[in-house]
Every structure is written in C-alpha cells, then in structure tokens.
Design a protein around this ligand. Structure first.
Ligand SMILES: [Zn+2]
Ligand SMILES: [Zn+2]
Length: 318
C-alpha cells in the first residue's frame, strides 16, 4: 500500500513537472517569436505583442515623378537606412483602380478576387478577404483604420472589417490621418488613400511633362510628409511600424485603362520602411503590388495561406 501510494505520488509529481516543462516550452517559444518579430529596438516590456503597419496609397502616381524636386518627403523616406524600395514594381495586368486596390489589399490576383474593373459586380471577397479582415480575425485587440478618398476601397473591399472607416478629399485624409496618429496610442494598422494625382492625370495628362500632374504629386508629397511626421512624433519605443508607400497604376496620356502592355501604366513603386526592413536601397528582386498583402501579414504575424503574392524581404535587423 505504501509503495503503491509512493508510486502514485511520484506519478503525480512527474505529471506536474511535465506540465511545468510543457508550459515553459510554450512560453519560451512565444517569447522567441515576439522577439524575432519585434526587433531589438523595441521595448519588450511595453510591447503589446502586435506589430504595426501604415500603408499609404497614391492613386495613379508614376514612379518617375519621385524625385527630390517633386517629392522631397518621399525621397527622404527612401534614403533612410531602414528603407528598401523598388521603382520598377509591377501592378496587375488589368490596370483599373478597383482591380489593383483589390489585389493589393487581398494579396490575390483578379482571377481570384474577381474585381475586373471599377464595377465590383461579383467580387469574391468571401473567399479572398482583405488583410484587414485577416488581421481582425487573428487578434481580438488589434485596432485598424482605413481613411480613403475613393470610397469603393472601404465600401467594397474592406467593408466592415475595420474599426475606423473614414472618407474625405486628400486634405481631409491627411488631417484625419495626422489626428489619428497623434491621438490614438493603440492604433496598429492604417491604410490611407490619396486620389488627386490620378484626377490630375485624367484631366490633363499623366507624366512629368504636365505641370498639373507634377503639382498634384508635390501637394500629395506634402501631405505624406505631415503624416510621416505625425508617425515619427509618437512614442515609438514599444511600437514596431512597417510603413509602405505604393500606387495602383501609372498612366499614359489621360488614361490608365487597358494598360497591360504599357510600361508607363504597369510600372509602379513600392517602398518599405521600418525597423523590420533588413536591406537598404533598391530591392533587386521583382516586386509586385500583390506582394504587399503577404508582407503586411508577415509583419503582423498573421497567417498568409492561399496568397498569390510573396513576402518582400523585410527580415528583422537584430
Ligand atoms: Zn487608380
Ligand atoms: Zn484613374
């Protein structure tokens, strides 16, 4: 009997010890994952376990306009040591805004999300939800915002999968974004959309030879400068932001539709900036705008199953 009890006692002790070991193993693997995705610059005591993302979309902005004279704030961001970029990225073979914002925000091509233009007739966002929907369903306490000039981005693509959904003209988008970044400590994931550059292209022509188009890029660059300043003014000690700048398409003449074979429409920019970005300067691999979703999900620690895009190299710098 004594021996029996003794054995049982040892058995229970072993069980307890194994449970503790198991819990310790889980805890240490969690810590490791957090550390790897948080990078050494982040104060882990205050880090809430979710990385942060800011995507700024400039509708219809050609990469050849991103010069020091026309877009000094964007070029300054590109010159930062934690920024990598491609000015030879590719958008989708269907070159309308609806298709391209859908691909950027879902990470799949139009054959899957079924948005073939600006009509959103039979979108398949149930099967291919936006990265906002994926982030929101992964983290109960993630805080998200999408502030756009072109309403279908929120109404059709992102829908109700975002905590803060706002509309405005470009100046209002800028003001709302600055206000959000200045006042909301717990905002994790923000998408902004500016549209005046595309409007200028349609009315008087896409290209560096058109002063109206150039001025629209200059104005948008000023707005983006204000947004980036608001981000930089936050207490970033425990926030690990990845900032992405891109566009849905370029343009030629006064149009960007049916641009599959037109380099001025297919060639776009993609800029990635933040502590998690491993390389500096020009990204040598081919970047596609459909890659942005995978890269965002990687940074947020959200599963990337079933995407057409790949993760752009943003390894943490430790
Ligand atoms: Zn567009
Ligand atoms: Zn357009």
């Amino acid at each position: 009997m004594l021996l029996f009890l003794h054995k049982r006692h040892i058995g229970r002790l072993l069980e307890k010890a194994l449970t503790v070991l198991f819990l310790l193993a889980i805890l240490s693997s969690c810590n490791k994952a957090v550390y790897e995705s948080a990078t050494s610059q982040v104060n882990l005591q205050k880090y809430d376990g979710i990385n942060r993302v800011l995507i700024i979309g400039i509708d219809g902005c050609r990469p050849d306009l991103l010069t020091k004279e026309i877009a000094p704030n964007i070029v300054e961001l590109m010159d930062q040591p934690e920024t990598a970029y491609s000015l030879k990225a590719k958008n989708e073979s269907r070159t309308m805004s609806g298709t391209n914002w859908s691909s950027m925000l879902t990470g799949v091509h139009h054959q899957k999300h079924q948005v073939n233009g600006n009509g959103f007739r039979k979108p398949n966002f149930d099967e291919h939800p936006s990265i906002f929907a994926k982030a929101e369903s992964t983290y109960e306490n993630i805080n998200t915002a999408s502030i756009v000039h072109w309403k279908p981005i929120n109404k059709q693509i992102i829908q109700d999968a975002v905590d803060i959904s706002l509309f405005g003209n470009d100046e209002e988008v800028k003001n709302l974004a600055v206000d959000l970044l200045q006042t909301n400590d717990t905002i994790h994931f923000v998408f902004l959309h500016f549209d005046d550059v595309d409007h200028a292209g349609h009315s008087t022509g896409f290209g560096v030879e058109n002063p109206n188009y150039v001025n629209a890029v200059k104005q948008t660059d000023e707005y983006i400068g204000a947004v980036l300043n608001a981000l930089a003014a936050r207490d970033l000690s425990h926030e690990n932001w990845l900032t992405i700048l891109s566009t849905d398409h370029g343009g030629k003449g006064k149009s960007h539709s049916k641009g599959r074979l037109v380099p001025e429409i297919r060639t776009v920019f993609a800029i990635f900036s933040g502590n998690a970005v491993a390389q500096q300067g020009v990204i040598s691999e081919q970047v596609n705008t459909v890659d942005i979703a995978a890269t965002v999900l990687q940074h947020l620690g959200v599963q990337q199953k079933g995407l057409d895009g790949k993760v752009v190299e943003i390894k943490p710098v430790n």
